[in-house]
Write a new protein. Structure first.
Length: 352
């Protein structure tokens, strides 16, 4: 049985195909899903297409009953989105709507919805993030700012400063120099879960790390921003240290801590969702993905949690696996378990 014969069998049986396709009817000018409930046409009037966009290009219009251009299954959206992501990674940045349509076989509207479902952001935002990553690499390698901007594919310096520069957390020149001339203040405090290191810029907390040795934690920060000046500011950051000690003990601080954390649009949505999880409670990665409107992006949510730079303040320790297992934690499972137990104890006792 050749491919068209198998597809015709699936159409007659209204069967969900393993590999998506649509069929078009010459006498009506309409194309449908194989599962469409409409009356079956004669085989001689049917043409098969791998994707809705191909049927559109051939002059057919979409069936209003089965809406073949709307992706309804996880499998139906994951494959084209993955193909689009691979193409943008190979290209080094965003692709035009026409190029994305050629790669995925989906209309711009359908692909937009698919990206929102699977990745939690738009195809353009993903492409911009890829291009920003290229710019980061070029800046770190010592390329002049202008060369890095155009080498990454930006059409102008203005386009770069509008889309990429904000995610660097500082000016491109400062980023290229490892935060040269940037002064970061730090303090530390001892807590039940270990030593806490708090690092702040003039805008707010940019790192909160947990470990057994403050010197080691400081070296990690210096490695991230080798040209920044780290200045001990124990007195100035005493309130910050006290607030973090409260969080490490399961209690909530009296005041919110200002943050200076930059990430992708998707990461920002995940981190914001984490801050809404009440102390003493947990959510699964799938719960968080659903809350931000991207139910298929469970792995991406886990990745955003792993990239959280401000432990405790953005409580990624409150996210667990769907089966209740603790899952991973950047600072160690023992620390994660201790934090959750402390929060539950305080929540049950009604203490802050």
């Amino acid at each position: 049985m050749d491919m068209d014969d198998e597809r015709w069998r699936q159409v007659q049986a209204r069967e969900h195909p393993r590999k998506p396709f649509v069929y078009a009817v010459r006498t009506t000018g309409i194309f449908c899903r194989p599962t469409c409930s409409s009356r079956r046409p004669l085989r001689t009037n049917v043409t098969f297409f791998d994707a809705p966009a191909q049927a559109r290009d051939a002059g057919y219009r979409a069936c209003l009953r089965c809406a073949p251009e709307e992706a309804t299954s996880a499998r139906g959206v994951v494959d084209p989105v993955a193909a689009a992501c691979r193409a943008m990674l190979e290209h080094g940045g965003p692709l035009t709507a026409a190029e994305l349509r050629r790669v995925t076989g989906l209309s711009q509207r359908t692909l937009s919805r698919a990206f929102a479902t699977v990745v939690g952001t738009s195809a353009k935002a993903f492409g911009d993030a890829v291009r920003t990553g290229t710019a980061r690499t070029l800046l770190r390698s010592g390329e002049p700012v202008t060369d890095a901007v155009f080498g990454a594919g930006y059409g102008s310096l203005r386009a770069f400063y509008e889309t990429a520069a904000p995610t660097l957390g500082m000016t491109p020149s400062a980023y290229a120099g490892g935060a040269a001339h940037e002064q970061l203040s730090w303090t530390s405090t001892t807590t039940p879960v270990g030593e806490l290191l708090a690092v702040a810029s003039t805008r707010g907390l940019c790192a909160v790390r947990i470990g057994s040795d403050v010197a080691t934690l400081l070296e990690e920060v210096r490695a991230e921003f080798p040209a920044a000046t780290l200045v001990a500011a124990h007195e100035e950051l005493a309130d910050v240290a006290a607030a973090l000690a409260h969080l490490a003990s399961g209690r909530q601080p009296a005041h919110e801590l200002p943050l200076d954390v930059r990430g992708t649009a998707f990461q920002a949505r995940v981190w914001a969702a984490l801050t809404r999880i009440p102390a003493g409670e947990t959510r699964s990665y799938a719960d968080v993905a659903a809350e931000i409107g991207a139910p298929q992006a469970v792995r991406a949510v886990a990745g955003a949690c792993a990239r959280n730079r401000v432990a405790l303040v953005v409580p990624c320790h409150r996210v667990v696996r769907s089966d209740g297992a603790l899952g991973g934690y950047r600072w160690g499972i023992t620390v994660k378990q201790s934090l959750l137990e402390a929060e539950r104890t305080c929540a049950t006792a009604g203490t802050r």
